[in-house]
Structure formats: C-alpha cells, structure tokens
Write a protein that binds this ligand. Structure first.
Ligand code: 13P
Ligand code: SF4
Length: 299
C-alpha cells in the first residue's frame, strides 16, 4: 500500500480530518481535506465533526484549532513547526504594553501563542486585519506582534496604532529592489503582496492579499501572469488552482523553514500513534478564545 493510501485508510479508521496551510509542501495537499489561509483554517476547525484534526502547518494554527473546537484531539503533524514571529512577543510583553497605554485596545495577529492571546482583546488575520481594527470603538490600538502588518493596517485606518518590533523573517526580507526587478521582468503582470511585508514594498504592489485572497485575485483578474510576493509554497498552490495562468515569485528564496518541516511520514505517524497532541490548560483556552471569537464576529 502506498503512503497516500495508508494515510487515507488511517483517516477513515481514526475518524480524522487533515487541515493544511497554503504554504505546506505540495505533497501534503494530496492528503489534506482542506487547504487554506489562517482565517479559513480557523473557521474550518471550528466546524469539524470528526474526532481528530491533524494539522499540517505551524503550532499557533493548531492551537487555534484546539481553542475553537476543544472537544477534538488536535495533532500537529510536524511537532517542531513554530512561527518565529509568534515567538517574538509573549504575554508578559503585552501586559507591559497595556500598563503603558491603559486606554488602548489590544489587537493580536493570529500568529501569536495561545498564552499571548489570553492578554489580548481581539485577534486578526492577514485577511481581515484592517476591517477588524476599524470596527473597534477605541481610537488607540496596540498591535502585536507584526510591525509590518500593523503599519499596513495603520495606513488604512484613522486610529493610532502602537507597534512592537515583531516581524516575519520571510516577508520582512522582501525589498523595494525585488519589486523594481519584477516590474522590469514582467511588466504586464500584476504584483500580489502579503501584508506581512514592509509598508514601502506593499505600497509599490497592486494587490495586498492574505494567501487565499491571492487565489481569488488570480481567478478573477483577467491577467494571464502574476508576480507573487509571499512564501514560495504559494506558487504551487496558485498553479494548481489556476493551471492556465503563470506565477512568478517576487523573491525566489522566500522560504518559511518551519512550514517545510511537514512530511507525509509524519502525517501517517501521528495518525497511527495519536502523537504530537496540542494540550492547553482550560483557563488559557477560555481566555484566548475570547479574542478569536471577537474576530470571527467582526469579520
Ligand atoms: P495567511 O493567513 O495569509 O495564510 O498567512 C499566514 C502566515 O503565516 C503568513 O506568513
Ligand atoms: Fe510565521 Fe512567517 Fe512562517 Fe508565516 S511565513 S508561519 S509568519 S515565520
């Protein structure tokens, strides 16, 4: 039996579903029941009926699935896969910010640990950040951890957005010169950019999108080729979704090391053994759920 067949058999036997992020290696798409961006994955996880969720992505995503559907067993296929940006801010740092800005509401990117979320008022993803922040009544907003997403929100808001020094090393390294080079090489191709990129880069691009919003743009825009400013795993996903169109990376070495840790063998092993379970204290889950629920209500 091939590994793909074995995973399929185990999924049925264990009553499991596999959720995967768009950046996962393309072989993982073959076994996933759903592939999407952070917002779509959170919504999907909430409605899962199966007993087990195998998450192919990074830890904060699996934690979000557990928080939204706590009666399910959530397994993270690649045990070590974390988000380096999520690790840049912790609950203590958020408490200190709240002390400094007592009037401010705290918005956290979903790319935060469950522990950090316990100190935050509302969560956002790359698909809804400006919409959620603009719908808050407070004028002052502490935004953690991504200084770039926060600055891109501020550019689309009248609110005072207070930033911290977190960033995604994959997107923060995309430079203005990469956009200039792409414009010269592919003058007809619209450039799509993820909002974790620096504001000076974002303002030169044509579409600011979460990973799944890139798929919508590629499908609805009449252009036949696009430049893609995000982790390069997205190129495979876009080619799969739009086989008649061409996609070129804005930065060919934009690789998230942690997203690439997942292997088919790991998916099979955790299904078979029930290993790599996400375990969170009830108190942490209850507090963190507040800010995620608020986002889902506002977006
Ligand atoms: P999306 O929600 O756009 O998929 O982004 C998640 C992420 O980690 C991007 O680096
Ligand atoms: Fe985190 Fe960046 Fe990797 Fe996304 S691409 S999971 S933000 S390190």
């Amino acid at each position: 039996m091939s590994i793909l067949e074995e995973i399929k058999r185990l999924k049925e036997e264990k009553k499991a579903v596999i959720l995967a992020h768009n950046y996962q290696p393309s072989e993982i798409y073959q076994v996933a029941d759903f592939v999407g961006d952070s917002l779509e994955l959170a919504k999907k996880a909430k409605d899962v009926q199966a007993d087990i969720i195998v998450f192919c992505g990074v830890k904060f995503m699996a934690e979000t699935a557990k928080i939204l559907n706590p009666s399910k067993k959530v397994l993270l296929a690649a045990k070590q896969a974390g988000c380096r940006m999520a690790e840049m801010v912790d609950a203590g740092m958020v408490r200190a910010m709240k002390k400094k800005y007592p009037q401010a509401v705290v918005a956290c990117y979903v790319n935060t640990t469950a522990e950090t979320k316990t100190e935050c008022d509302v969560c956002v993803t790359s698909a809804n950040a400006a919409k959620v922040v603009n719908s808050l009544p407070q004028e002052q907003v502490i935004f953690v951890p991504d200084k770039n997403l926060g600055a891109n929100v501020a550019a689309n808001s009248k609110k005072e957005v207070i930033l911290v020094d977190g960033y995604c090393y994959v997107h923060n390294d995309i430079r203005v010169k990469d956009v200039q080079r792409a414009r010269a090489l592919y003058p007809q191709a619209p450039i799509m950019i993820h909002p974790e990129s620096c504001p000076e880069v974002v303002e030169l691009c044509d579409h600011v999108c979460s990973t799944s919003q890139m798929i919508s743009v590629a499908k609805s825009n009449g252009a036949s080729s696009f430049v893609v400013g995000t982790e390069i795993g997205m190129i495979a996903k876009l080619r799969q979704e739009c086989p008649d169109k061409k996609f070129f990376p804005l930065k060919a070495d934009a690789v998230c090391q942690d997203m690439k840790l997942t292997e088919l063998q790991m998916v099979k092993d955790c299904l078979q053994l029930g290993s790599n379970e996400i375990v969170l204290e009830k108190d942490v889950m209850d507090k963190a759920k507040g800010c995620i629920d608020k986002m889902l209500a506002l977006s």
